[in-house]
Design a protein around this ligand. Structure first.
Ligand SMILES: *Cc1c(COP(=O)(O)O)cnc(C)c1O
Length: 344
């Protein structure tokens, strides 16, 4: 039987041989006691790459985002977020659950919030209102098919935040993908945020983990919040080791994912029933809608699965994501399946 071509997410990748070897050979200590050298190496490498003072290894991107929001806010405060942002929609509402702050969602143009609208939504000091203490940005934007948010936009929002003495948290789960497309360094992106979170477990293909970066005081307090949330881990160098491989060996190949996503997007965009503007596919994600006389989205996904192609339904249609374990052959198989289902 043919293998599955798994386009559900860039989180489905299996660790590389070098990652497995690094895990087996990792020198470890007790990271809660502060003496796991492999974690320390990953954290200092991450801080260096992002041009920040310090970094913290966390089990997931969700924990990284929830810690950042907890550190930058207190109760009776409000956080400006893009309305389709991952940390607002897809992280089980930790903003209210953990930080007890209200989100203030704003619309955007493919992830870029209008700076004037951001400024208008910063609350005036008043006993009636929460205080606006944080703005969150996301790049690339997951729910908007991996859109790269323009640097001018991020800089304009930074200026507003500075003027109002508000912090910015940057959800950079896929900031390396953004950097490849824009040619802007991850350091420049990280400079937009007082803190930034990036994932090792997405396109970079590590089995587990994300990093939170920021200045030393921020990370010191973030470490305490991580412990309080149960995210202090012991011989976790075993998980940090493949993260080091991810950062040193897996960044450049993201370009391949982008090329393959574009190739598939261009091919399927012309098929009957597919609603997709391939110009919108800039990185490794394709979200398209279906307009078909008889096939619903669940029908279409089931027909794909019969052909051993896996994808996910999402708001706005169906999501295909390319990653390390998708090769040119998987793209050809996916296109053939689309043709077979839609043109027969
Ligand atoms: C995946 C993702 C996260 C959360 O990461 P997990 O490790 O799945 O918790 C946060 N933000 C964005 C944009 C993501 O795509």
């Amino acid at each position: 039987m043919d293998k599955y071509s798994d386009f559900r997410s860039d989180t489905v990748t299996r660790p590389t041989e070098n990652m497995k070897k690094a895990m087996a050979e990792a020198v470890v200590g007790d990271d809660v006691l502060g003496d796991d050298p492999t974690v320390q190496k990953l954290e200092s490498l991450s801080a260096d790459i992002m041009g920040k003072e310090a970094a913290l290894f966390v089990p997931s991107g969700t924990m990284g985002n929830s810690i950042a929001i907890k550190v930058w806010t207190k109760e009776l405060e409000e956080v400006i977020v893009e309305e389709r942002a991952h940390l607002y929609n897809m992280e089980s509402t930790h903003m209210t659950f953990i930080s007890r702050v209200t989100p203030r969602p704003l619309s955007s143009n493919r992830g870029a919030m209008d700076p004037e609208e951001v400024e208008r939504n910063i609350r005036k000091p008043s006993v009636h209102f929460p205080r606006t203490s944080l703005i969150c940005v996301e790049n690339t934007h997951n729910n908007l098919s991996g859109a790269v948010v323009p640097m001018e936009n991020l800089k304009a929002i930074r200026e507003i935040a500075d003027r109002h003495e508000i912090k910015i948290h940057f959800d950079g789960a896929r900031v390396f993908n953004a950097s490849h497309v824009s040619g802007i360094s991850v350091k420049e992106y990280a400079a937009i945020g007082d803190s930034l979170m990036f994932c090792l477990s997405k396109g970079l293909s590590a089995p587990v983990g994300s990093l939170l970066v920021g200045d030393r005081d921020f990370i010191d307090y973030a470490r305490r919040v991580r412990k309080a949330l149960g995210g202090g881990m012991r011989q976790v160098g075993i998980l940090a080791a493949p993260g080091i491989v991810a950062l040193t060996e897996m960044v450049d190949r993201l370009k391949e994912d982008h090329k393959r996503a574009k190739k598939l997007a261009l091919a399927i965009a012309d098929l009957p029933g597919i609603i997709l503007n391939p110009d919108h596919i800039e990185t490794n994600m394709i979200i398209f809608d279906l307009s078909h006389p008889s096939l619903t989205i669940p029908d279409f996904l089931a027909k794909l699965e019969e052909r051993r192609i896996l994808a996910l339904a999402t708001r706005g249609g169906i999501r295909f994501v390319t990653h390390k374990d998708i090769d040119d052959d998987d793209i050809d198989r996916a296109y053939a399946a689309f043709q077979d289902i839609l043109t027969r």
